[in-house]
Design a protein. Sequence first.
Length: 477
Amino acid sequence: MKKTIAITAGVALFAALLIFNPFSLDEKACKVAAVAILMIVWWVTEAMPMPAVALIPLVLFPVLGVAKTEEAAVSYGSPIIFLFLGGFLIGLAVEKWLLHKRIALKIVGITGTSGNRIVLGFILATGLLSWWLSNTATTMMMYPIALSVLNVMEANMGKDKAVQNLNVCLMLAISYSANFGGIATIIGTPPNVAYVGFLEKNDGYAFAFADWMKLCVPLSFLLLGSLYIVMTQFLYPIRMKADETTKATITKELQCSDKMSAAEKRVMVVFATTALLWMTKDIINKQQTLFKLDDTMIAVMGALSLFMIPSGNVKGQALLNWDDTKKVAWGILLLFGGGISLADQLGKAGIVESIGLWIAGFATGGILLVFIIATVSIFTSEVMSNVAQVIVFAPVIAGMAKALHIDALQLGMAMTLGASCASMLPMGTPPNAIVFASGRLQLKDMIKTGFVMNIISAVLITLFCWYLLPVLVKAIQ
């Protein structure tokens, strides 16, 4: 009955938007908005499997004349999809040869078995890594390690409420920490790069790497701290005290598995090399002109090497065989492809620009305008590529600031930082999609936690941009 109601509601809203066009959009924009509403309703209500809903653009965009099939399908082969695939395959190899268990035992040995300390350890490690790596690459690295920590805790403590809450906390902690940590540096998340490029091209304002950090590191730490408090103290209290029996078991397991197998060592080399290339690709690209590395290329290279390198444990067997790929979360790849396809058409139809003009209608200046821009940016990026969003919104925001005679940097930074904080839906950011693939949290968990963090993010970004940004910019100058 629930599914029937959800499917009917989605179709009804889709039809109503097409027939009545309540927002007075042009024909193409109205069709794209109708498809977006249909997909969002079915995603949120889980009327159908989420990857199945993600295939809707392949049917409705061509039928409605929004885009040809080949144009709608391009997004399902986006480089970000293959970045996911490469990361998933590396994670499979780590899991296959039990390297993840060894790393997890080491981490729990350092943090202790207190649930809150484990979550805090992952928040800080993920947040700091994402300063230097893309938020997607960071999540790819931390995700299999977190899964193995959870497996260790479940094996030693069962699956009571505290362990279930730890599951949700740890998955969301990795995703949100990668997003919030990424805003601290220019290279941490793509919207930052896009906005800095816009400022340099249009205003001649060159943001130094260190200056950006002076502005955004404090905000990043505030968001990470808020995430820890909200999850562990209010939404998913773990109340898992340090357990001596579990600690003794972990110590014993570490002693028993002290010697790494040949396969473990080789997977570790591939994992570490991939991570090192992710961290140093910009330096490598600057030092030579023969080729240009990017995150996707590095991930696929790492994955391909796993099918070529002998395991050393079993004669004639590589680190990965094709049969192992049955465990890949193929549905998540479809889910993200559908999200990118929808986002592309939302941008091309001018809906994001229309939202910017709508905001301008409320523009009276002041802190309220900054809050509106931050909030709209956060919630818009739940269903649209945050890079495309910044590219489209940046000139709209700059024009609005000029017309109102207010600081364009305050509004622009609110929009840019907000674009990296989408927390409610799996397709909001790549890290969200990766952890959702674990199956250890339900959509309602992500929506509930994400909504709270979206509001907190909007408030903190507003206060930061309105009160601290002018002071810090003045100090830098």
